[in-house]
Design a protein around this ligand. Structure first.
Ligand SMILES: *Cc1c(COP(=O)(O)O)cnc(C)c1O
Length: 475
């Protein structure tokens, strides 16, 4: 069955349902949930999708991966996740394509409540979780740590849900005013923001330590490895494809994805496995080029992350890559375990260590490129000069790599993963001005909202006490 899930580290291939995977996050053996097989979509069904609005398209694709929620309910959950209030677009297409040049497109995935593409996955995740919890007559308190974007997107997704709550730890210093304003605005009800006197590492260490305590073992996680997030990202590749080929179904298209944890591009890979005619899946990295080395040289090497001006891609390893690895090893969970163990122990693994050629990923249709501080600014200027639109620094990394890889005859689509309003100082460096904010959600937000945080010491007992009393009050 294609809609049952298995763990990347389980040689027995025990099957799980969608809602189990959703509520658990990580599989019991430490692996990641993946579909036992990919469902396929033929050309005729693809053609039939051309006219659908996004919520319908989304439901049609995603339901192929959901075995335990009736399809009518799925449609309702999708409508709630992608409502007009959350995605205020004029024509219902919440993932629209803009043409920048001949055969060169940008697909905007950042029109949701927090102006980053994390909303595309987290909004449905929140709805699905709440549904699964009510079916089971359970409630769930989530605990997470953030250094920026994930915090507000997760909070916007959980805010107001009856069955779930969220405690988010963030470093007292280190987030931008915009980010802390976004989180402040979401404080209250089932959301608690704790501002820790310490850095992001301290926040992560607290989360880990608290969860290992039996009293808090039932706290859920918000992180990028939940299968529900990937399942909700596959459909926008179908939408992007259909708009890019403009009726010429079957024509190949390239996608360029600004990549961090490999979640977004993995969804593109799965779309292609399902039969979507994607030619190349191109990873764009910033100065943290771990994935470029992996794709070009077959070497996966953990590297300390450096801070850049496209901060949501500042990674030292890419957790969702394990899902692709499972396919590279043709479903051999023991090889996945060995590979990940070698990576954990030594910090470096090569495909050659597993008798695979170093160009394995390129053979599978992946490609990659690196963008730097200077090319990031150039790409912001180029798109602005060309079309009068302002892109954010992450999108600019995709544009940089796309301009190197573009080939005249095949449409290329760059994924746009945040709005420039979140990164105004970089926009100012590139263009010499900051565009006027038009979206009422973000006008004056820094002045409007601050102070939604409870400040705590980097002290586990203090944080536990805060969680304890919040939990008894709110769920
Ligand atoms: C999270 C994020 C990314 C990276 O996406 P992955 O799915 O982790 O590869 C890129 N851009 C922005 C703005 C993000 O928030």
């Amino acid at each position: 069955m294609s809609d049952r899930l298995i763990s990347t580290r389980d040689p027995e291939r025990i099957e799980y349902g969608y809602s189990d995977a959703l509520l658990q996050g990580l599989a019991p053996d430490g692996g990641l949930y993946v579909p036992g097989a990919y469902p396929t979509v033929d050309e005729e069904s693809l053609r039939a999708m051309s006219g659908l609005d996004y919520v319908d398209l989304f439901t049609r694709i995603k339901s192929l991966y959901v075995d335990d929620i009736p399809s009518e309910t799925q449609a309702q959950l999708a409508s709630a996740a992608y409502s007009k209030e959350k995605f205020p677009v004029p024509d219902g297409n919440i993932v629209p394509l803009t043409q920048v040049d001949r055969n060169f497109f940008i697909q905007n995935l950042s029109l949701g409540p927090t102006a980053a593409f994390k909303d595309m996955a987290l909004q449905p995740l929140g709805q699905d979780m709440n549904h699964a919890l009510s079916e089971r007559e359970q409630s769930l308190m989530l605990l997470g740590a953030t250094s920026g974007d994930t915090g507000s997107a997760a909070e916007a997704a959980i805010k107001g849900l009856g069955r779930a709550g969220l405690v988010m730890l963030s470093p007292e210093n280190g987030m931008s005013d915009f980010q802390s304003a976004q989180m402040s605005e979401l404080t209250g009800g089932n959301i608690l923001n704790l501002s820790v006197r310490g850095n992001f590492d301290a926040c992560q260490a607290l989360v880990k330590a608290i969860k290992s305590d039996a009293e808090f073992a039932d706290l859920g996680a918000v992180n990028s490895i939940n299968w529900g997030r990937i399942a909700s990202q596959i459909p926008y590749y179908f939408s992007g494809y259909l708009h890019a080929v403009d009726g010429l179904i079957g024509r190949p298209v390239d996608f360029v994805v600004p990549t961090g944890n490999f979640g977004n591009i993995l969804a593109g890979y799965i779309a292609r496995e399902m039969g979507l005619p994607i030619r190349r899946l191109i990873v764009a990295t910033n100065e943290n080029s771990v994935l470029n080395n992996l794709i070009q040289d077959g070497k996966y090497q953990k590297t300390p992350a450096q801070i850049t001006t496209s901060p949501s891609m500042d990674i030292s390893e890419a957790s969702n890559y394990e899902r692709l690895l499972f396919d590279i090893f043709e479903g051999d969970a023991l090889k996945v375990r060995d590979y990940m163990q070698m990576f954990k122990n030594t910090g470096t693994v090569r495909f050659e260590d597993f008798d695979l050629p170093y160009y394995t990923l390129r053979e599978m249709g992946f490609d990659s490129g690196v963008s730097h501080a200077a090319t990031r600014l150039e790409s912001i200027r180029w798109v602005h000069a060309k079309r009068g639109i302002v892109i954010d620094p992450h999108t600019a990394d995709a544009v940089t790599v796309a301009s190197r890889k573009a080939d005249e005859d095949v449409p290329i689509v760059c994924m746009s993963t945040a709005l420039p309003v979140k990164f105004e100082s970089t926009i100012e460096s590139a263009l010499g001005f900051v565009p006027e904010r038009e979206d009422p959600r973000f006008i004056g937000i820094e002045e409007r909202e601050q102070g939604g945080f409870v400040v705590v010491d980097d002290d586990i007992d203090e944080v536990k006490e805060k969680i304890r009393s919040f939990r008894s009050d709110s769920l």
